[in-house]
Design a protein around this ligand. Structure first.
Ligand code: FES
Length: 232
């Protein structure tokens, strides 16, 4: 496996989506350590991560629409530019909107086939992509991120052959199973739930890909069925 391009264990970056799932002109809402966040990609392909709350009346911005390089709120149509300031209020089309009307921003970057987000005051550099990762799927699991990390390092994906060389670095786990190089980014949602973003270091034909997706569901079933017994 190639070197991880940044020290995940020392950085505040967290994977919040598979990059391929946020297409240009779309948005998605998610939760990171209890905070609601909207991730969106403008028409030029640039990524943005903001608080998922309109400063007008609090509507989730992830319910809104991407219009070019702006994100528009569903409720009253206020539009926010790529710097998160309000640029246009439909009820007052002639108004020069005060720049103080803005959405709270996070840092966003794309690496290893995932969208990574950090708090706005994070001083560390953005992660860099080192090689192609083919997104497999994102899966929400009702167990904590550390519990799922421990489970993956013990069993990998159920039914997919022997597990080799699990390597954990912060929210990222990489391992080999059979002929496949797998990579998982763990997003803590709450103290008791997480989302697993799973990718492969080589692409697969459709049938094999479907089998891998089934294996991720088996992993979730295994994790959640062991809730009362613990994962050890
Ligand atoms: S709540 Fe967003 S524009 Fe009114």
């Amino acid at each position: 496996m190639s070197e991880t391009p940044f020290a995940l264990s020392e950085l505040p970056w967290s994977p919040l989506a598979l990059a391929a799932d946020i297409e240009a002109g779309t948005s998605a809402g998610t939760v990171w350590n209890g905070a609601e966040i909207v991730i969106w990609r403008d028409s030029r392909g640039s990524l943005h991560a903001w608080e998922d709350r309109c400063p007008h009346r609090g509507m989730k911005l992830s319910f809104g629409f991407v219009r070019g390089d702006r994100l528009a709120c569903l409720y009253h149509g206020w539009e926010f530019g790529d710097d998160a300031t309000c640029r246009y209020i439909p009820a007052h089309p002639e108004l020069a909107v005060p720049p103080t009307i803005r959405v709270a921003r996070y840092k966003a970057a794309e690496a290893l086939g995932m969208v990574w987000v950090a708090h706005p005051d994070a001083a560390e550099p953005s992660p860099e992509d080192s090689h192609a990762v083919f997104g497999l799927r994102s899966l929400q699991i009702d167990r904590s991120a550390p519990e799922i990390a421990d489970l993956i390092c013990r069993v990998g994906l159920p039914g997919c052959g022997g597990l080799n060389m699990p390597e954990r670095l912060g929210p990222l786990i990489r391992w080999r199973q059979g002929d496949l190089g797998l990579i998982a980014g763990l997003q803590p949602m709450t103290d008791a739930s997480c989302t697993l973003h799973l990718g492969m270091e080589s692409d697969l034909p459709g049938t094999e890909r479907a089998a891998m997706i089934s294996a991720t569901v088996a992993l979730r079933t295994l994790a959640e069925s062991s809730r009362s017994e613990g994962l050890s």
